[in-house]
Design a protein around this ligand. Structure first.
Ligand code: G1P
Length: 288
């Protein structure tokens, strides 16, 4: 079955980016000229997704504004001969469908994903956490394939040094990883103490989930940090259905803090054909 919708949780307050986020939602902060959330959306579209469900908050109206058509601006740009940027603006929400769902009372990632239930409907869907930027769509595309062939949910995975596992959801594999980087999963645990972590494989912010997860989310009790944890809903799925992790082989940037955001900006800038060479030369001149 095709994965058509992607849920992007974007209702957070962005406290780690204050004072910038007092006025500008973190998801709209630019990497070059592109809002971070658009890079996430482009990754989803590259994996065949056609419906973007943004879970936002009514305190962040700029998010809606970004997705609203602006025919007058597009026309002005065309009159000035700026067709490239006009095309980019016109494509927003036209070449793919966007639905805004609201999470007005932030109660955790599980709760945020549950707010997308009506928009997603009764079919498998992706979740992309916007604090993590991937180099391309290959991981999500592979995860979609594993979901179709196994009929169960799939998470993106990375191996980290043992002392870092407590910041993440951690997998308990039921068999070794295969050549394609696929790991069968028996159980998952959210932010375990290092001594209790079942492996060094952590969940990164990419998920392809079967829709029964919404019932598990509806039944969640507060977990780690007193929040309704998505990992706890996945744990219930893994206990009764096929469940897999897929190892990420693309580059990955954690943009959840200002240093990581800056690093991602530089990495994306270096890859950009219009400014990569100049940026590389400039960086070299700064660090000698
Ligand atoms: C969330 C998830 C966690 C996952 C992480 C990936 O945690 O709850 O399982 O490993 O994202 O970034 P958060 O970073 O929101 O605390």
């Amino acid at each position: 079955m095709l994965v058509r919708s992607a849920v992007i949780p974007a209702a957070g307050l962005g406290t780690r980016f204050l004072p910038a986020t007092k006025a500008v939602p973190k998801e709209l902060m630019p990497i070059g000229d592109t809002p971070a959330i658009q890079i996430i959306i482009d990754e989803a579209l590259g994996a065949g997704i056609e419906h973007i469900v943004v879970v936002s908050s009514r305190t962040k109206p700029a998010i809606e504004q970004y997705f609203a058509p602006d025919d007058a601006l597009v026309a002005t740009l065309r009159e000035k001969g700026k067709d490239d940027v006009a095309d980019r603006l016109a494509a927003i929400g036209r070449d793919w469908r966007v639905t805004i769902a609201y999470q007005d009372n932030p109660r955790g990632l599980g709760h945020a994903v549950g707010c997308g239930r009506e928009a997603v409907g009764d079919e498998p869907f992706a979740v992309l956490l916007p604090d993590e930027l991937m180099g391309d769509s290959s991981l999500l595309a592979q995860m979609n394939g594993v979901c179709s062939s196994s009929g169960g949910s799939v998470v993106g995975v990375k191996e980290v040094p043992r002392d870092q596992v407590s910041s993440y959801g951690v997998l308990a594999p039921s068999a070794p990883i295969d050549e394609a980087g696929v790991i069968p999963v028996a159980d998952l645990v959210e932010k375990p103490p290092v001594a209790e972590a079942p492996s060094d494989y952590i969940i990164i912010g990419r998920y392809v989930l079967t829709p029964d997860v919404f019932d598990e989310i509806a039944n969640l009790e507060p977990g780690s940090g007193g929040e309704l944890q998505l990992t706890d809903a996945l744990r219930a799925q893994a206990a009764r259905s096929p469940f897999h992790g897929v190892l990420a082989r693309t580059s990955r940037h954690d943009t959840g803090n200002p240093l990581g955001f800056l690093e991602a900006s530089i990495a994306f800038g270096l890859r950009d054909r219009s400014m990569g060479d100049e940026l590389r030369a400039h960086l070299a001149s700064l660090v000698v």
